[in-house]
Design a protein around this ligand. Structure first.
Ligand code: GRF
Length: 189
């Protein structure tokens, strides 16, 4: 079983979908959420994880430099045995020092084709450009924003959407199913 640390900053709906997949879905017997870590002490996802009996930790990034935060996170992670670090709505760029410590072991989900749109506001971008579809990208993480090697992509049909909220709802529905499925493929290969 692959042991996962999931890093979040907020809502944590992708974290929840992965944790559910580990407990009772496509990742059952394949992976286990060892811990959920947030850089934001108030992240709603921390409560969600606790309600699912998953260990949580918060390491505040506020008032820390990028390197200070990453070193604190590294020190913490060294104490627990994890195979993969999963970024699920983790809103920080990581330093090279951090990403070099886990080569091909840090995986992120981004709600657009990372060759077309990186950073915040991916669903807004799809909505404002009236795209007929968009892509969800699961990729390895390097020290640049949404830049690492693409592992898998899933299409989101946006035909007929009437609002940004609808774009997000359709996208998240795909994210929640696709992230766990993509991780399963990675872990089994
Ligand atoms: C998701 O759209 C994810 O793709 C992006 O940030 C959002 C996080 O949502 N990286 P949640 O915290 O998983 O609900």
């Amino acid at each position: 079983m692959k042991q996962l640390a999931i890093l979040i900053s907020g809502r944590g709906s992708n974290m929840k979908a992965i944790a559910e997949a580990c407990q009772n879905g496509v990742l059952k017997g394949v992976a286990n959420v060892r811990i959920v870590i947030s850089n934001n002490l108030k992240a709603k996802g921390l409560e969600t994880a606790r309600a699912m009996n998953i260990p949580t930790a918060a390491i505040a990034s506020k008032d820390k430099s990028r390197l200070e935060f990453d070193r604190a996170l590294l020190r913490f992670l060294k104490e627990i045995d994890v195979d993969y670090i999963i970024l699920a709505g983790f809103m920080r760029r990581l330093t090279k020092e951090f990403t070099d410590a886990y080569p091909q072991r840090i995986i992120n989900i981004h709600p657009a084709d990372t060759r077309q749109h990186r950073g915040l506001g991916a669903y807004e971008w799809a909505w404002e450009n009236q795209l007929p579809d968009t892509k969800i990208t699961v990729h390895y993480v390097n020290d640049k924003i949404d830049d690492g090697q693409i592992i898998a992509q899933a299409n989101v049909d946006l035909n007929g959407v009437q609002s940004l909220a609808e774009v997000e709802a359709r996208g998240l529905k795909v994210e929640h199913q696709f992230f766990a499925q993509a991780l399963k493929t990675i872990f089994e290969n």
